[in-house]
Write a new protein. Structure first.
Length: 307
């Protein structure tokens, strides 16, 4: 994921365009190149999809350091990835979205630490303080697995937008966590591709070439496999979904679909916070923290009963 729908820059869109003219240029290229050279256009779309536009977040290491986090550099697939850790107690891992960074969670950090959690976060390759300019879901998942190998089972994963796609798939594939809190989380990864293709006037033949390249690299039915709508029902863990009714990046209907197919999940709808202001809302943080603490209390009660 890296190429963006034509809505201008946003910190969690694939391939975010900082200026509308960049979207216009891409539409011009794909409209004229795509019909004459669909294979070439498909290859270009594929290249851009996994490319990260690091338009913000370079200060992520400084933000996390000011919050009291230690920082380590881990090698991941030949790239340098920033890993942040602070506190003691049950582990909560924070997963940012596409073109986001760990520092976006700075408003959550103190509340989590004061509640007695150990907080882990990272800048994915191409994001924040980490190196490279491209990445993909499986590479980001590998970071979560390495953190778990060192820290043990997570109490919770808190994930924003595309980070929720990563988290739900990783949990489906064996990552262990007691609960998942998804903020502005998409339900269907394929819809991101289709909306982007339409917004950039990508011809059907070029999109078919893109699909061929993705299938060759990741296997057939890739989008179905990674879409949260096909993963959350089988997780067997409590979940909470937070979504704004006016989110223009991931429509609120996505959260409603996820909630309907995720047994026992909670759905909190907000008004006027959009896609990223959820990460800075005191009300969202308070209610998200109540969910995480409630799950911690339930786990302690279960341990007592088992004894």
């Amino acid at each position: 994921m890296g190429l963006g729908a034509g809505w201008g820059y946003h910190s969690d869109m694939p391939y975010p365009a900082k200026k509308p003219r960049q979207d216009a240029f891409l539409r011009f290229v794909f409209r004229h190149l795509g019909h004459r050279f669909p294979r070439l256009a498909g290859h270009l779309f594929y290249h851009l999809w996994f490319r990260v536009r690091r338009l913000e977040g370079r200060q992520s290491p400084q933000i996390m350091a000011r919050a009291g986090f230690t920082c380590e550099d881990w090698p991941v697939a030949g790239k340098r990835v920033k890993i942040y850790a602070c506190g003691q107690g049950p582990v909560v891992v924070l997963v940012h979205g596409w073109s986001g960074h760990a520092g976006q969670y700075q408003a959550w950090v103190q509340a989590l630490l004061e509640a007695g959690f150990r907080v882990l976060a990272f800048d994915a390759p191409g994001h924040g303080g980490s190196s490279s300019n491209h990445t993909h879901l499986l590479e980001i998942e590998s970071i979560l697995r390495r953190i778990q190998a060192r820290e043990g089972e997570f109490h919770a994963v808190v994930a924003h937008s595309y980070g929720g796609v990563v988290a739900a798939h990783a949990l489906r594939e064996g990552l262990r966590a007691g609960c998942l809190l998804g903020l502005a989380m998409p339900a269907d990864a394929r819809r991101l591709v289709e909306r982007t293709a339409v917004s950039l006037a990508l011809p059907a033949a070029a999109l078919a070439e893109f699909d061929r390249l993705v299938a060759a690299r990741f296997g057939s039915h890739w989008w179905q496999r990674i879409s949260p709508i096909n993963n959350v029902a089988s997780l067997g863990i409590p979940g909470m979904l937070v979504h704004d009714r006016r989110d223009r990046i991931v429509p609120v209907a996505e959260a409603e679909r996820l909630h309907r197919c995720w047994p026992g999940s909670r759905l909190l709808l907000t008004e006027g916070l959009g896609h990223t202001r959820l990460l800075r809302s005191d009300s969202v943080i308070a209610q998200g923290l109540a969910f995480l603490c409630g799950q911690k209390a339930a786990e302690h009660e279960q341990v007592k009963n088992d004894v």
